[in-house]
Every structure is written in C-alpha cells, then in structure tokens.
Design a protein around this ligand. Sequence first.
Ligand code: GDP
Length: 534
Amino acid sequence: MLDVTPNRPNLPAEIACRRTFAIISHPDAGKTTLTEKFLLYGGAIQMAGQVRAKGEARRTRSDFMKMEQDRGISVSASAMSFDYGEFRYNLVDTPGHSDFSEDTYRTLTAVDAAVMVIDGAKGVESQTQKLFEVCRLRDLPILTFCNKMDRESRETFEIIDEIQENLAIDVSPASWPIGVGREFIGCYDLLNDRLELMDRADRNVVSESIKINGLDDPLLTEHVPAHLLEQLLEEVEMVRELLPPLDPQAVLEGHMTPIWFGSAINSFGVKELMDGIGAYGPEPQPQSAEPRQISPDEKKVAGFVFKVQANMDPKHRDRVAFVRMASGHFKRGMKLTHVRTKKPMAISNPVLFLASDRELAEEAWAGDIIGIPNHGQLRIGDTLTEGEALRVTGIPSFAPELLQGVRAGDPLKSKHLEKALMQFAEEGAAKVFKPMIGSGFIVGVVGQLQFEVLASRIEMEYGLPVRFEQSQFTSARWVNGSTQAIDKFAESNKQHISYDHDGDVVFLTRLQWDIDRVGRDYPDIKLTATKEMM
Ligand code: GDP
C-alpha cells in the first residue's frame, strides 16, 4: 500500500481501518452492480445478484412500493459493512431517485467519502452533477469509477475533460484503459505499474494482475497487442504531461478526484477501486457539533441519527434509527444519553448490517453505522453521547417544494391520520404542517413520487385510505426570531401560519411577493428555507 497519510490524526487501528462511504451516480450507471461486486470481494455474499432488490433509481412506482413492502431488504441495503484487505468498509446507500434528494443529502452527512460512478459512454449526467454539488458543499473526498468500459465508450481524455469542466475538480487517472469497446482488454495501473487484464469469459473472476517494471518492460508486449500498446504508451505520455499527478491531500480536501476505469459487470477494476478507497478515502473524520467538534479518537462514545426507517414490520410499530458513530468504542448494552431529551437509553439490541443479513452489533467503532430499534424516541439529527451535552450540527431539513392537503377517506379517522403523518414526518419522509386555522394537514415533499409512496404507506401500514388534494399554498418557510416576535407575527398572519411536527412556526404562501413583504414589514423576523434538525 502506498503511504498516503498526510495530516492524519493518530487513530487507534480499529478506527483507522474504517472507510465509510456512499456511491453517487445517475440511474443506470452501475451503482447496484458495483455494490454487488464490492460485497462479492468483501466475501459478504457468495454470489452476486442479491442486491438487486435495491437500485430503486429507475424503478416505476409499483416496483418501488413492492420494495417498500419488503422493507427488510431495503433496510439491510441502507448500510452494508464488509471487510476487504486491511479495511472495514461501510457503504451507505443513497436513494437513487431525485425525488428523495433530501434523504440523500442527509445520508451524505454520515459518510467520509463518495464514490462517483459514471457511464463511460455517457459521461457526467444530470443526477451525478446534482449529487456531486451536494458532496462539494461538504468538501467530501470523491473517487471516480468510470464504468462500462467493456462497451463502446467515449475517448478517455474527453471523459476526463468533461469531469474537469462540468464539476470543476482536478482529475488524476489512477488507471488507464487499454483499447475501447470490443477491443478493451484491461487497464494499466498507473499507481502501481501493473497490468490488469479483464477476463471476458467469466464475469465473476478476479482480473489477472501482472506486475510490470515500467512502461518499457518487455512483458507488456507479451500481453498487449502492438497497436494497443503503441496507443497506450502515447496516451500515458500525454497523461504525465497534461494531467496532474495524484495528490492525496488534494483528494482529501475535495479538489481532486482519482479516476479508475473498469467494468463492474465483469468484476473488472473493482478491486483497484476498493484499494483506492482504502488508500485515498479518508478514515473517520471529525464531526461538527455544538459546542465543540467530536474527534473520532475520543475515548467516549458519541453518534448521531441520520436516517430513521419506520414500520419495517407493520405488526409492530418498530423503527430503526441509523446511527453514525462519531467517536469511541461502542459495546452492546451500553447506556447512552439521548441529548435532546436528556434521558438515558440502554442500547441493548443494536444491529449491524452485514450485507443481506442483519446481525446484532456486539461492538462498533467510530465510522460504523449501527441500527437502533426504538419506539420513536430517536429522530433524525439526534445525538447520543456518554453524558456530554453535544449536539451534532449540519443535518438540515429543507423547505418542501410541493405542498398538498391531505384528508382521511373516513373523517372519523383524522386522529389516526395525524399519528401516521407525525410518524412519517419524524422519519423524514415528508414535512407535515398543521394550519393554525381550520382542520386537516398540509404535507410537503421534494418530489411527486413521495406523495404516492406516502399515500400507499399510510394505507398499507395504517389501513387508512387517504386523499391528497391541491393546496392553496406552494411555499413553506420556517419563521425565526424571538418567541415574542414570532407570536406577534403569527397573530397577525393567521391565514398563513402552521406548525411543523416539532411545533415550530411555519409561514405558508403561494407568492414570493408575500415572502418579500415579510422581510420588509417584520425586521425582527427571518424566514428560512432550511432548518437544522435536532
Ligand atoms: P444503477 O441504476 O446505477 O444501480 O445501475 P445497475 O447496476 O442496475 O446497472 C444498469 C445496467 O447496466 C444493468 O443492465 C447492468 O447489467 C448494466 N451494467 C452495469 N455495469 C456494467 C458494465 O460494466 N458493462 C456493461 N456492459 N453493462 C453494465
């Protein structure tokens, strides 16, 4: 392994070996396939093909609902752990569909790096670009995998140019493809001077790796046809002249991305990518929190909830809170303080997601993701510590972009509906607003598909048919200011006021003009489109 440890804190070995990351990509680029291969190499599954149940990206609504019904699968796919080489990898799944972008954003608060998968024939696509921007907000290190090199792909320099131009990040090739499409035979590993040859005959075979002594090694001529070798030598010369060498520090800071070329379906290039995540994807990073940041090497345990999934078993109203460990060495049965309520919580049955199996987590270290079953105490943004009143920051809630009214089909069931809605609000699946005047609720989401999923889930999990209807409002803003100022503001704008599931005051309107007016008329009030979850 290369020595790539600039400015790294002195972490205990158990923490230093952890790599917690997510995959960002446009639907169809190969995220699911790549995940399967990771698990295959990680020995977590015997045969590729078991992750198929996820990859919700290009699914239709009915596929999605079916998956929702089988929530056991989607949960174990939410966070997966596997070992490879000297590393423990924690892969956190991001919803592929852009309608669930808020979920994705929060997921990205729980990882230390992202793998960006692009299709070699398509380059940087819209969803990749969007997710990339989210990573950039957090300066997340990004490692790039250019997939589907076994098919006709774009010219390699063109792909790299496109990433540099569209994403404004330096690209440094870690490997270089030899031949394209049918002629693609493998890659030259620029970091380790190795020739990696793809086996087209067996997709699950680990590629053959040949140590080469530099580009003038005669071994190359034995394995690479003359015309491809000539092209390779020419291109590598250009790479060394035109593209920046890999700078681990720039990668850690999110200014540079190393790129590997491969073919996930042929298990090709995956091993090199995994080694790359080990070498260049950082170990668990410090977590921003109030009143002080949490360092992964602290002896005491701290962690935060970045995702909640409810009603996995409709017979029991159980939920699993996904917790990213920020520091310390957690052991099963530990009593932690739930900082928001200041109450102790015994964590007696945490689960770790080893590929498709859920297992009791006997222990976890900073960087790990554990699931904590609970009855609703744990919410997104909550912090757990060994007593200190720390609050993890940077987990936002976004103002919804679509609003609709919702009613129970049976008016007598409106209390039930309220309960169901609150549950989904806490899960982060939707924003729920209770208007100050009148009855009913207004539900806010980012994408239309969320309404449909919500309606089906309310019916399935609560036996409650519901109707969504057009709302008179189109925008929601949180109202910030002193309690006094907020009360006064609410009193004189009753028609526009509602409360979210935390009881915070929200201004609803259909006109930007209204929002501007508040800015002018109420200098002691601030309307915001995001709120920190806590
Ligand atoms: P996702 O939507 O990003 O999860 O993409 P999938 O992993 O489901 O892959 C989308 C399609 O591309 C599937 O039909 C895969 O079999 C195919 N695919 C994935 N990787 C490769 C590859 O390396 N080469 C080729 N030719 N096809 C691939």
